[in-house]
Write a protein that binds this ligand. Structure first.
Ligand SMILES: [Zn+2]
Ligand SMILES: [Zn+2]
Length: 282
């Protein structure tokens, strides 16, 4: 049995209703009921059709080529060439099969690897907490943190992509990303010599012309709108940004990546009563 079918049978025994993809798409069974539904997508075209169903998420199940080939041999064999051709066509080729499955696999909310025993596979599924509604609809914190990560994509800094969002009462007050100030060439176009050199992280910062994402978000919001707000940042703030965060009265920090966490900055925020949490990694 394939990983997808094995998963379906486990899900069926664990409180999910297994339905046909078309039933999900047309809403015949409804998705908001007590019993969550699950369906198998056979190829990219199938996922394309299902991808905009609300309150849903994609669970990608994969297994290494070697494991799948061994299993096929156990089931009766075939030609290796045909196995590779079929597998590649499904994963990479969009001819009549919609978006290549590889693209959807990368976008999946959750992943399981079916490479060991059945028991190991079932315990992986169990560990994914598939009934948790947060997989289909992110919490407020995850929603805003994702916005911060999205903002980081607009960076023009050569050193690092960072994004920040300031939120109050679940409303976005401002967003920011790092880069050179208005009026200067973008850092990525040579606007900041320090960022375009091989200066190591955290060194020669006094020569850096780039504004940080948190700075930009705070400037954009203005200090009065930052009071009691939450700052979502794709990276843990530096010491200078921490001083700003404290000064404008931000009371919560949710960050994504802990890479380069400044322990002094963290200690300062915690001692001043700012709630510091890590969400993600996204
Ligand atoms: Zn820069
Ligand atoms: Zn900073």
């Amino acid at each position: 049995m394939s990983g997808r079918r094995t998963a379906m049978s486990w899900l069926g025994e664990n409180g999910f209703r297994c339905v046909d993809g078309d039933d999900v798409r047309t809403g015949v069974c409804g998705l908001a009921g007590e019993v969550p539904m699950v369906t198998i997508a056979q190829d990219g075209k199938d996922v394309d059709r299902l991808s905009n169903v609300s309150m849903s998420f994609i669970l990608a199940i994969d297994a290494p080529h070697g494991v799948r080939w061994r299993r096929q041999m156990e089931r009766g064999g075939g030609r290796l060439e045909d196995f590779v051709k079929e597998s590649d066509s499904l994963m990479y080729d969009c001819e009549n099969k919609g978006t290549p499955l590889r693209t959807w696999m990368r976008k999946a909310t959750l992943r399981a690897l079916n490479q060991g025993s059945l028991e190991e596979f079932y315990s992986q599924l169990e560990g994914l907490d598939l009934r948790n509604p947060v997989h289909a609809r992110p919490s407020w914190d995850m929603y805003f943190l994702q916005l911060a990560v999205l903002a980081s994509k607009r960076t023009n800094c050569m050193k690092r992509a960072v994004g920040a969002v300031i939120v109050k009462n679940n409303r976005v007050v401002s967003t920011g990303y790092n880069g050179t100030p208005s009026g200067l060439k973008n850092c990525s176009e040579g606007g900041c010599k320090r960022c375009n050199s091989f200066a190591r992280m955290g060194l020669s910062l006094d020569a850096c012309l780039c504004l940080h994402a948190e700075e930009n978000a705070i400037i954009e919001a203005g200090s009065s709108r930052c009071e009691d707000a939450t700052l979502y940042s794709s990276l843990f703030p530096c010491l200078a940004c921490t001083k700003l965060i404290m000064q404008v009265g931000i009371t919560r920090l949710i960050y994504n990546s802990s890479y380069a966490t400044d322990e002094r900055a963290e200690a300062m925020m915690i001692s001043s009563g700012i709630q510091v949490l890590q969400g993600g990694p996204l």
